[in-house]
Design a protein around this ligand. Structure first.
Ligand code: KG4
Ligand code: ZN
Length: 356
């Protein structure tokens, strides 16, 4: 089975061909990605109009490149998958319309993939993780715990009531005068800082449930920076980066503890996988904390390789493949959606678009 996947929901134009090979190492036949980082960097965040235009400019070339690298023609494919939301609507429309056109022209099935399902299932592409598992999805646009029960069956345990964790990293980085994206810059600077210097508030820590809130933290960082005087030193900034990172990690671990307890209400926790995906999963302190927490509960911590944690085409192709082999295909009327909660019962957080 060979599926082409297209991802255009934010600032990465990506495309991949995957198969259902028994060996996970051989499943990604080819993948290509154009990161729009440089296009958006001058604005300190993703600009939706620039993103849509860049997707239009690059997507056709990436599809051709993925097929060429796979040594395949369009006729060799079994299905064509694309992100149909949630995300920046202009970009989603570019990718989905391209997929629909290819599907129509070649008479192949179309799979309209929820971007979050792409993240949720990517660990099955890389590690064959069995259902059910607990997923923490932490990126610039999303911050939520999901019980992944089966393909198409997700239960959201908690989500952010304001900013996503990656968004908090990006906004803090902006306040500290670091570049975009902020996560890697903060993590680097934090290594030279004193994490105990600033006592920032721990939003929702100790409260029941596993929702997140990060917007108050951003204000606290601004006030802490102002307390350093008109020209904060490099050491002030490093200390603040380290204190901010420590705080975010403490909040995520507190919430994760509650998420494991909630997961335990419907499944035996022991032996199950605790999975993390999304760009913030690159953070070494977060990974270390989650490895410990999982072990304390008899769970196995698993994260897809970094290239599969951040937005990519292979996760969309793989989610398409998993749906396709269960007969879940879509017609050419499938809509592009700015909001699309994975859990049908959940209310979607409006996708603000500009991340920083
Ligand atoms: O999944 P992703 O590539 O894009 C989406 O948002 O969908 O995630 C990007 C986010 C950005 O907010 C970035 O600052 C954050 O992931 N990030 C990190 C790190 N690397 C990337 N946050 C904390 N620590 C990192 N090392
Ligand atoms: Zn994503």
């Amino acid at each position: 089975m060979r599926v082409l996947g297209i991802e255009t929901s934010c600032d990465e134009t990506a495309c991949a061909v995957v198969t259902d090979a028994a060996d996970p190492a051989r499943r990604i036949v080819s993948h290509s990605l154009f990161s729009q980082l440089r296009e958006h960097a001058p604005y300190g965040g993703v600009v939706p109009e620039i993103a849509s235009r860049a997707h239009i400019e690059h997507l056709d070339g990436l599809v051709a490149e993925s097929l060429r690298a796979a040594g395949m023609k369009l006729s060799d494919l079994d299905a064509i998958a694309a992100t149909a939301g949630p995300g920046l609507i202009g970009g989603v429309m570019v990718g989905l319309t391209t997929a629909k056109t290819l599907a129509y022209a070649t008479n192949k099935p179309l799979i309209a993939v929820n971007h979050l399902e792409g993240h949720a299932l990517s660990v099955r592409l890389s590690d064959d993780v069995p259902f059910p598992y607990l997923l923490l999805l932490v990126s610039g646009g999303h911050c939520q715990f999901l019980v992944v029960e089966a393909v198409g069956r997700y239960r959201r345990l908690g989500t952010t009531i304001d900013d996503a964790a990656g968004e908090a990293f990006d906004k803090t980085a902006k306040l500290l005068g670091l570049g975009y994206p902020g996560g890697p810059a903060i993590e680097r600077l934090a290594q030279q800082g004193n994490a105990a210097r600033f006592n920032l508030p721990l939003p929702l820590k100790g409260k029941p449930g596993c929702d997140f809130s990060f917007s108050g933290l951003k204000t606290a960082v601004r006030l802490a920076l102002e307390s350093c005087g008109p020209t904060p030193s490099d050491q002030d900034k490093a200390d603040l980066a380290a204190s901010f990172q420590r705080t975010v990690m403490a909040v995520i671990l507190d919430r994760a503890k509650n998420a494991i307890a909630l997961f335990g209400e419907s499944h035996s926790v022991s032996g199950k996988h605790f999975v993390v995906a999304g760009g913030v999963a690159a953070n070494a302190a977060l990974r270390a904390g989650l490895v410990d927490l999982s072990a304390q509960h008899g769970m196995t911590f698993t994260a897809p390789p970094m290239a599969l944690c951040t937005d990519n085409g292979a996760m969309i192709a793989w989610a398409g493949l998993e749906r396709f082999r269960l007969g879940m295909i879509d017609d050419l009327e499938a809509p592009a959606r700015a909001r699309w909660p994975l859990d049908a019962m959940a209310t979607a957080k409006p996708f603000a678009g500009v991340k920083a």
